[in-house]
Design a protein around this ligand. Structure first.
Ligand code: NCD
Ligand code: ZN
Length: 355
């Protein structure tokens, strides 16, 4: 019986949405991802953002240089899949350079002001970025979308659903062959849109949106470490996401959106958005899939559907998890600072086996 298994071995997964930051923070958080994932789509929202292939190439070198040798002195195999940050001023030629480089796997749309470090984002996608979108469609360069409107008149909890009507549908009508990833999907409406849409559309789903609903933000008081964007939604949405992720449907795949912030930046009167999940990522996802008896679908979601969408081969080596209670530490070191991981102080029923 799948629900009584104590071990699970799957092809090594990839993380299709990850924030690594830079310098000390990069060096502190990278081992958490590398211990589980072979590749990751690296988000470009540094300050200043990564808007050119040359900047992405240099950032990729810094990531590779930060890979620490493991036991036996070997540097672990890890491939950072770089992205560019789309702005109102991105040129179509930059997309051609990106494609030719072979290093860039997507271009990220942050609606200006939607989330952490998005001030340089796009103000009017169809109005300002037409020539770029045209070239992306022709070159099959994926557009990775933070799918929330920023209109202050729209309720925070409705911003993804409204984005579908105001941006996603017109965008895909204008560019029907454009590859689009609806990043960190959070709603039933989003699931339905991605399932039913014509053409090359997919979505990433985080572990936190599979495990928690918005009550987690207010459990016994204000809980800043559960605050991310898009924000956690109602239970009906969590259930729709869990059903989609564990259905085996090829359009849904793993993207942690793990986003490190120092403890003090989250525990203050205007705390940052972002949950740190990289250290326990696969344990969190296994816990979510196990909760609905669908561990048999974890491999498709974590290791197969993402590479298929991006036109890459699945990894050839394996990752094992075991059903053993594992306490999430209260905090983790991050350079000269500390960060608080999601679910700190609680016990998860799964952990990865030592390599
Ligand atoms: C991300 C971050 O901190 O960079 N924060 C978040 O809440 N997810 C940005 C993002 O992906 O929206
Ligand atoms: Zn993100």
């Amino acid at each position: 019986m799948i629900d009584s298994i104590a071990h699970l071995t799957i092809r090594r997964p990839d993380d299709w949405h990850l924030h690594l930051r830079d310098a000390d923070v990069l060096r502190a958080v990278l081992p958490d991802t590398v211990s589980q994932f072979a590749r990751a789509i690296i988000m470009p929202n540094l300050q200043p953002p990564i808007t050119t292939t040359e900047q992405a190439r240099a950032y990729r070198e810094r990531i590779l240089a930060a890979l620490a040798p493991g036991e036996a002195g070997r540097v672990p195999a890890f491939e950072p899949l770089m992205t560019l940050y789309l702005t109102d001023h991105t040129q179509a030629d930059e997309i051609r350079v990106a494609q030719t480089s072979g290093l860039i796997y997507g271009v990220k749309l942050y609606p200006a002001g939607a989330t952490t470090h998005s001030a340089a984002g796009v103000t009017d996608l169809l109005g300002r970025c037409a020539s770029v979108l045209e070239v992306m469609q022709a070159l099959e360069m994926p557009l990775l979308v933070h799918g929330e409107v920023t209109d202050p008149q729209v309720d925070l909890f409705d911003r993804e659903a409204v984005f579908i009507d105001r941006v996603m549908i017109p965008l895909r009508r204008a560019y029907p062959a454009l590859k689009v990833v609806f990043e960190h999907l959070t709603t039933r409406e989003g699931v339905q849109y991605v399932r039913d849409a014509q053409g090359p559309v997919a979505a990433t789903i985080t572990a936190h949106h599979l495990l928690y609903n918005r009550n987690a933000l207010f459990q016994g008081g204000l809980r800043p470490h559960w605050y991310c964007l898009p924000v956690l939604k109602r239970e009906v949405h969590r259930q729709a996401l869990l059903e989609a992720a564990s259905s085996g449907h090829s359009r849904f795949f793993l993207g942690t959106d793990s986003a490190p912030h120092p403890r003090g930046a989250k525990e203050q009167d205007c705390g940052c958005a972002g949950c740190y999940t990289a250290r326990h990522a696969m344990a969190l996802y296994a816990t979510a899939f196990d909760s609905v008896g669908r561990l048999d679908q974890l491999e498709a979601f974590a290791s197969l559907n993402g590479p298929a969408f991006y036109g890459l081969s699945p990894n050839s080596d394996m990752l094992s998890l075991e059903r053993v209670d594992d306490l999430v530490p209260q905090q983790l070191a991050m350079g000269s600072d500390v960060l608080v991981p999601l679910a700190a102080g609680t016990s998860l029923p799964w952990r990865i086996c030592a390599a």
